[in-house]
Design a protein around this ligand. Structure first.
Ligand code: ADP
Length: 505
């Protein structure tokens, strides 16, 4: 008998709004690249489709070329032209869609926070699906991410399967249930879907505002497998406090809903090869960490000589949004100062009120020898902070996965975190006897208040000063922990295989 010829790996196309390092706002960008590279290493074929933003880092795209094809896609009942570009990002083939629509959807100088985001991303998804159809691609899995590309799932079943694009099963990952893409129901018609068909409680009607259509809900309802980014967060969002209105929907679809812990890209985040550091170092030779600390102190004007040399340095790299516990971040600056430590914050906020509040604090400490706030997005500085710090604070109110605790550990910086979501799945308190010895790697506190944070932060600062040898061992241990994508990518492959085996021969 002749066996049908099969490709050895799975063919996955990601459709997403972010991809590190070219278009990154937060963890989603890191995940897209880290997961894809790991899948690629395991022998799968992975491609990505992104909007062609004007504000991307074009220097990180290799061989960017316009494809010789005219992509026509529908929006507001009219046909629009798009250019499609192709390039290589971190070894991965990526297609960039450039709409020639008069609204200039991706020529805004920023990735998100435009008043017409719903229209920008539903336009993009329709064009991305059109591209897959017209280019004759036959992916096994189309994997979309967050509300911006959740509409891919209903578009697939309602429009593209009838047009013959039926090779794929759909995977959807929600990186944060806070952002859902809910809009007046009529808005969905622009990308060609029917509000009348979809405005039902079991489809895309928003669970709280019944006149709204909810894109994230559409991703959950219409995808074959739905994941979120840590096992603990997957449990939290099934409860009313965590699900932001979608816990009921997730409950109905719980059989296809899984929590897979994110990893970090082991090549991007490697202190032994990181060219952005002043000095590379590894768990076998951690002296270089101190050199980075001294250099960064000098660069930012923090005290670094005499008794100051011994001060513990606390770092924090974050988007300044309520989710991250901004009041606790602020408190940790003052607490560190009180306890004789130094603090560096790198963060920026899309919320003007929060940005202004931190600008005031930054001004207050402008020339201070122990505190520095840098209020912008700065990839290179973030690497220096991970390497230079001794302690890293992450007091999140909720945290779907969180990457900064994993990155800091890889750089030998010990995290102080609140027990929530992915932080609870990756940081295990050194003083909690319930944790096996080999897992203990940081400081964990429970409640989102200052007293609870002090319990975590004070111990970290005290142990750093009082138990230097113990601390060195902890640093080495944290650096050697496995937070790579390897195991998590295997879990994605398993889930892909499950949905493919259910529906295909
Ligand atoms: P989220 O996705 O909620 O922002 P994560 O912890 O999952 O949180 O991912 C944050 C990522 O963004 C990390 O790679 C972190 O280093 C990076 N990051 C956050 N803020 C900044 C900043 N101001 N400058 C540089 N990198 C930042």
């Amino acid at each position: 008998l002749i066996q049908p010829k099969r490709r050895p790996g799975i063919y996955v196309i990601h459709i997403a709004a972010e991809m590190a390092p070219v278009a990154k706002v937060g963890g989603l960008g890191d995940v897209l690249t880290g997961l894809s590279r790991s899948l690629q290493r395991k022998g799968h074929l992975v491609e990505a489709i992104l909007p062609k933003y004007d504000c991307m880092d074009y220097s990180r795209i290799v061989n960017l070329k316009e494809l010789d094809l005219e992509l026509h896609s529908t929006f507001d009942g009219q046909i629009h032209k798009n250019k499609v570009w192709c390039g290589i990002v971190e070894g991965l083939p990526v297609y960039f869609i450039e709409p020639l629509h008069p609204a200039k959807f991706f020529w805004r100088g920023q990735f998100y926070s435009e008043p017409d985001d719903f229209r920008r991303f539903t336009y993009f998804c329709r064009a991305a699906m059109e591209f897959i159809l017209q280019s004759g691609k036959r992916p096994d899995i189309i994997h979309s991410h967050d509300w911006q590309t959740a509409v891919v799932a209903p578009l697939y079943w309602d429009i593209y399967v009838p047009l013959g694009l039926d090779s794929a099963r759909l995977a959807f990952t929600c990186h944060n249930f806070e952002y859902q893409g809910a809009e007046n129901s009529g808005a969905i018609a622009a990308c060609g879907l029917s509000a009348r068909d979809l405005m039902r409680p079991d489809r895309m009607q928003d669970n709280s505002f019944h006149n709204k259509i909810n894109l994230l809900k559409g991703g959950i309802v219409f995808s074959n497998v739905v994941t979120t980014v840590s096992p603990t967060y997957a449990q939290e969002v099934l409860r009313p406090e965590g699900g932001k209105g979608l816990h009921g929907t997730l409950g109905v679809h719980s059989k296809k809903f899984f929590g897979v812990l994110n990893g970090i890209d082991e090549e991007v985040w490697d202190p032994s090869t990181d060219v952005l550091l002043d000095y590379q170092y590894s768990a076998e030779d951690i002296d270089g960490k101190f050199i980075n600390k001294q250099k960064l102190r000098e660069r930012l004007g923090l005290a670094s000589q005499g008794d100051d040399e011994k001060r513990p340095l606390v770092g924090c790299v974050t988007r300044l949004v309520p989710q991250k516990g901004v009041h606790l971040i602020r408190h940790s600056i003052y607490r560190t100062l009180e306890k004789g430590g130094q603090f560096i914050l790198l963060g920026s906020s899309p919320v003007p009120q929060i940005q202004h509040e931190f600008e005031d604090i930054a001004r207050q400490f402008e020339k201070h020898p122990q505190i520095r706030l840098v209020l912008k997005y700065d990839e290179a500085l973030s690497h220096s902070i991970y390497a230079a710090s001794d302690i890293f604070v992450i007091p999140s109110i909720f945290e779907p996965c969180g990457l900064t605790q994993m990155i800091s550990m890889r750089y030998g910086t010990i995290p102080v975190v609140r027990r929530t979501g992915g932080l609870a799945d990756s940081v295990f308190d050194v003083d909690d006897e319930r944790n096996p010895e080999e897992k203990k790697n940081g400081f964990v506190f429970d409640d989102p208040n200052e007293g609870s944070l002090n319990w975590g932060l004070d111990r970290a600062l005290d142990y750093y000063t009082q138990r230097p040898e113990w601390w060195q061992d902890l640093v080495k241990k944290a650096m050697l922990m496995d937070f790579t994508w390897d195991a998590s990518a295997d879990q994605y492959v398993e889930l892909y295989k499950q949905v493919l085996s259910k529906t295909k021969v």
